[in-house]
Design a protein around this ligand. Structure first.
Ligand code: ZN
Length: 146
């Protein structure tokens, strides 16, 4: 378990230092902003949706290592997914972090399972997901985790 935990930490560290898809899309047809006042994390998600598929996704923002790594890994996980698959992944990821017993196979996103032991950090890890959920639903007002 300790080896696995170390691997998880390295993956989170890697994504927080070199976030993937960290840019603004040129012509997103959806976007949303999220804010976690508890930690000061801010994120903007840009989406290019075509025929119900996430053609492209990117993010910008500033925040702690957990929030940045989570946004980075989320964009990598959601590219090419249908909106239904994206929503399902959001619900299962959220379930994993809030202690649901069996969230199913989350692939690399499982690295965040340890975060559920730190309730304050759960909002850091789920911020990008709440924000992409709002973008998928086409909500205009910024998301706050409070
Ligand atoms: Zn944070």
């Amino acid at each position: 378990m300790s080896d696995l935990r170390q691997l998880y930490q390295e993956l989170i560290l890697d994504h927080s230092k070199k976030p993937r898809n960290f840019r603004k899309l040129e012509s997103p047809n959806r976007s949303a902003e999220g804010y976690n006042p508890l930690c000061g994390d801010k994120v903007t998600i840009y989406l290019q949706l075509e025929d119900g598929i996430v053609k492209d996704i990117s993010f910008q923002g500033s925040g702690c290592a957990i929030s940045t790594a989570s946004a980075s890994m989320m964009t990598a996980a959601l590219k090419g997914k249908t909106t239904a698959e994206a929503e399902s992944l959001f619900e299962r990821f959220h379930g994993m972090l809030t202690g649901q017993p069996d969230p199913g196979d989350l692939g690399k996103l499982a690295v965040f399972s340890g975060v559920s032991e730190f309730p304050v950090r759960v909002k850091c890890a789920t911020l990008a997901w709440h924000t992409v959920h709002a973008a998928l639903e086409g909500k205009a007002e910024p998301v706050s985790t409070e």
